[in-house]
Design a protein around this ligand. Structure first.
Ligand code: NAD
Length: 369
């Protein structure tokens, strides 16, 4: 049986509550013989600041470097609003992304049949929705230099951010999108603003050339980012894999997330480059934050966290069949009417975080026989 090392970083707020449900799933998968998972735990965010005065310690960074995958729940909360900027909770997350070289952020937007009414769009527009947004995560305008506010000395200031991409950065993220499309519906929509931005023009040129060279079997279309935003809420099911830069990906993946009803449902994966053995550094986490408003009350929905384990099974461990089985268990439990408070309708009696986690594992047990 293959053996894998997982680093668990529960973090802050609802983090420990939802991570407990991920741990139940991982323990079950090990016991069921799907694979052997060895887990270690570390601190990140406010929890790490309280313990070490840093948003993540050097020893936990070393564990992250040596793990086959990192599972992170969420960081942050009002308790740490006043801490110095470089040790604020989010700094732990940014350090992990940077040091592990996680340039590809995968955010699926899947609408479970039982939750079509929770979407802000009409049911027939989102029923069966299954989109994967691939966002470039380590370049673009969030990192480009110069990045500054200059005092112009005449009572005015100038703020500058720089959008910058090089060929290799575009190629490696587009490659991830094309490879993913081959495992799905074989279509990639590449998005930028080639009509008004030079970096967008280069983006389109590089994606087109890579497609012609290595991926001509995949259907490729280009769509300006503003048009894509409009199409996402007009006819979202036209998309399969969307690949875009850091800024547009940030915006468009948040729009796509609301098509599915609740933030508590959405997992994500952040992947690095493949090494000689094909192994990628990887971090899996829910899209939502630490939800301090409901922390400690057993109200949190653990499905985004459990879905993050599913993504790890699929993208780090090649356990597609096990991933499909957990996905089916989630869909079955929702179809049976189980709801945490965030997805409950007026006539539902919400279940707790651990009741939802237990129900998913129990359903999985049935599926795997
Ligand atoms: P949030 O995602 O934590 O919460 C937004 C709303 O969604 C809240 O009402 C919350 O109760 C609800 N919600 C979120 N996850 C839920 C779940 N699993 N189940 C049920 N309801 C859920 O965003 P916020 O309130 O803007 O931020 C709170 C803290 O989280 C801040 O400190 C912020 O910086 C941090 N944050 C962290 C991350 C991360 O760790 N990746 C991401 C976003 C925000």
């Amino acid at each position: 049986m293959a053996a894998y090392k997982l680093l668990l970083l529960p973090g802050d707020g609802i983090g420990p509550e939802i991570m407990a449900e991920a741990e139940k799933l991982v323990a079950f998968l090990s016991a069921a013989g799907v694979a052997s998972f060895e887990t270690e735990k570390g601190l990140v965010g406010g929890a790490a600041y309280d313990a070490h005065g840093q948003a993540i310690s050097e020893s936990d960074m070393a564990l992250a470097q040596s793990a086959d995958a990192v599972l992170l729940a969420a960081v942050g909360g009002p308790k740490w609003d006043g801490v110095p900027y470089d040790v604020r909770p989010e700094a732990g997350l940014l350090r992990l992304r940077k040091d592990l070289g996680l340039f590809a952020n995968l955010r699926p937007a899947i609408c479970y049949p039982a939750l079509v009414d929770a979407s802000s769009l009409k049911p027939d527009l989102v029923d069966g929705l299954d989109i994967m947004i691939v966002r470039e995560l380590t370049g673009g305008v969030y990192f480009g230099e110069p990045k500054e506010i200059t005092d112009l000395g005449n009572g005015q200031k100038r703020g500058v951010d720089t959008q910058v991409y090089e060929t290799y950065e575009i190629e490696r993220i587009a490659r991830v999108a094309f490879e993913l499309a081959r495992t799905r519906s074989n279509k990639v929509t590449s998005s930028e603003k080639a009509n008004v931005m030079k970096s967008g023009l280069l983006w389109r040129e590089v994606v087109t050339a890579l497609h012609a060279r290595d991926y001509s079997d995949v259907k490729l279309e280009h769509m300006l980012a503003d048009a894509l935003g409009m199409q996402l809420v007009r006819r979202p099911k036209q998309f399969d894999v969307i690949v875009t830069d850091n800024l547009f990906g940030d915006l468009l993946s948040d729009v796509a997330s609301m098509l599915t009803g609740s933030l508590g449902m959405l997992p994500s994966a952040s992947l690095g480059g493949a090494d000689a053995t094909g192994r990628r550094k990887a971090l899996y986490e829910p899209c939502h934050g630490s939800a301090p408003d409901i922390a400690g009350k057993s109200l949190a929905n653990p499905i985004a966290m459990i879905g993050s384990v599913v993504m790890a099974l699929r993208y780090s461990f090649g356990l597609g069949a096990a991933a499909d089985a957990v996905d089916k268990a989630i869909a079955d439990v929702l179809a049976a009417g189980l709801r945490t408070a965030d997805i409950a309708g007026p006539n539902d009696t919400p279940v707790s975080t651990s009741q939802m986690g237990d129900a998913i594992v129990a359903e999985l047990k049935k599926i795997l026989g």
